[in-house]
Write a protein that binds this ligand. Structure first.
Ligand code: ADP
Ligand code: TYD
Length: 206
């Protein structure tokens, strides 16, 4: 028996982490065995790569090197965390996955989408069963993200114009993959957004 692989995607500050955690809580309360995880990171090696890629000078890595680092971290995460959990029949909920690389590296950092796809095919080769795209107005997302004041602001530093482009790229990906994507309106309270997610899951179960 293999478990279900669910991912959350969206621009910074859209509410992915909040919704991933809330969904994990609800599924656990319903008796499901849930592995909640995130990218970049989710395994000890991948968390080390996360620090390399998200902290420090924004020009620290070329776009090509960055793609390699994100893919290396994903490969480790898949091997050590995601695949074992799925094999054990768990529901895996992951905060960002390959769609983030397609958008952030493939679209916003030069026309490298073909490179992203080729590396994905070669080294990852796995898609989620279901992806929630939490869609939010970029001004709202940026305001939420910047209010966190962490040390990991490399990508948020790109500003609102880049967030607009990334939002459009996520929506385009969702349109191109309607079988696995569900677009969720991220506006409103966290509970309101969670209720939208539950409504989609309930509809899919019928
Ligand atoms: P992401 O993981 O997409 O960057 P987070 O879930 O970390 O987003 O949320 C970013 C910030 O906004 C956090 O401080 C969080 O508490 C807050 N937040 C999350 N969801 C909502 C919401 N629906 N309304 C208002 N604030 C929210
Ligand atoms: P994350 O911690 O999810 O940020 P946030 O909570 O602000 O959404 O991800 C960190 C940053 O890494 C985020 O700006 C997006 C970026 N990222 C990529 O550029 N490529 C990737 O493949 C992934 C997984 C993340």
């Amino acid at each position: 028996m293999t478990g279900r692989f669910i991912t959350f995607e969206g621009i910074d500050g859209s509410g992915k982490s909040t919704q991933a955690q809330l969904l994990a809580n609800r599924l656990r309360a319903a008796g499901r065995d849930v592995q909640l995880t995130r990218e970049p990171g989710g395994s000890p090696g991948a968390e080390e790569i996360r620090r390399l890629v998200l902290e420090g000078d924004p020009d620290r890595w070329s776009p090509e090197t960055e793609i390699l680092l994100f893919t290396a971290s994903r490969r480790d995460h898949l091997e050590r965390t995601i695949c074992p959990a799925l094999a054990a029949g768990k529901t895996v909920i992951c905060d960002r996955f390959a769609d983030s690389t397609r958008v952030y590296q493939g679209v916003t950092r030069g026309d490298l989408r073909e490179t992203v796809d080729a590396l994905h095919d070669l080294m990852i080769g796995q898609e989620p069963d279901l992806t929630f795209l939490v869609d939010i107005d970029p001004d709202v997302g940026l305001r939420r993200a910047l209010s966190r004041h962490g040390t990991e602001e490399r990508f948020e530093d790109f500003g609102v114009e880049m967030q607009v482009r990334m939002r459009a790229a996520f929506l385009e990906l969702a349109m191109a993959n309607p079988d696995r994507f569900r677009v969720i309106d991220g506006d409103g309270s966290a509970d309101e957004v969670a209720a939208r997610i539950d409504a989609v899951l309930a509809e899919m179960a019928t």
